[in-house]
Design a protein around this ligand. Sequence first.
Ligand code: SAM
Ligand code: SF4
Length: 333
Amino acid sequence: MENAPIIDGFNRPITYLRVSVTDRCDFRCTYCMAEHMQFLPKADLLTLEELDRLCSAFVGLGVRKLRVTGGEPLVRRNIMSFFRAMSRHLGQGLDELTLTTNGSQLARFAEELAEIGVRRVNVSLDTLDADKFAAVTRWGRLPQVLGGIAAAKAAGLRVKINTVALKGFNEDELFRLVDWCAENDHDMTFIEVMPMGEIEGEDRLDQYWPLSDLRRRLQERVELTPLTERTGGPARYFRIEETGQKLGFITPLTHNFCESCNRVRLTCTGELFMCLGQEDRADLRAALRASDDDAIVADAIRAAIARKPKGHDFDYSRGIGGQMTRHMSHTGG
Ligand code: SAM
Ligand code: SF4
């Protein structure tokens, strides 16, 4: 069963929903959160039933891919009931149900995720050095995450490693990380650090390592062939000719990908962000709680998508004032 997608004002079909199911996390990555975060009051969060109702409405409106993220999605209590509920749409409008996770809870949940039809998982991993891992995540422990990744692989899930490129932090591990992914048959994507939220003591400009530089360094040792594949997002893909490995590069600040953007983002409080780089949002929680009528929710979604802007607004040159004031953990990255 296919549902016709909503087409926004710039002729882009919206087929991909990223949903943040919690703003909480068991890590405190330095580029993402302050050590002492003020989290949202529980009453503000959508319940799992409300998330189900809203995400199902999106599937009914032509969304074909759903990525569950956070915060750390797997720390939300009873989150597997939500995954299970969403899996009923697989093959019934939804092509793919997937998640982005820090991997800390994967050993517990990998088999169940595979069983309900999740095929791929993105796991964030910025370093293979245990001390550096503890430093960058503050609360994370590397062996636990490596165990989670191994469990995911053993359960038959395809693992993609997401690595944030951080100046002076993982520059020296570039080849080690790429080789480790090749050895373990993981796809890999590098992410350029983005100016999201203000974190005391951290300056994202200090951490900024442009992927153009990272790529140049890779090319000193390997041959990279650009692939034509695009996903409607900020990722560009290359193949390492020596190994056949596929590498993704997410450079939201230096590349313009907006004309093919196919996605919207839902926060755990039911705000819909039509663009990661803009502040405009629609309050879908109000529509959801106003009535049991799903037609009202569908109308609110349509009206929001009609406002989706043409492009994003990131600009480091404007300094702090030009930064987005919300954290990645709010919109789910
Ligand atoms: N907790 C999960 C995780 O870490 O994968 C899911 C949520 S996390 C916000 C999603 C992705 O955003 C992760 O790959 C993380 O590394 C990335 N991220 C967080 N803050 C970022 C920032 N300021 N710039 C670029 N990527 C960031
Ligand atoms: Fe948590 Fe993911 Fe943010 Fe790290 S990047 S603090 S794991 S939400």
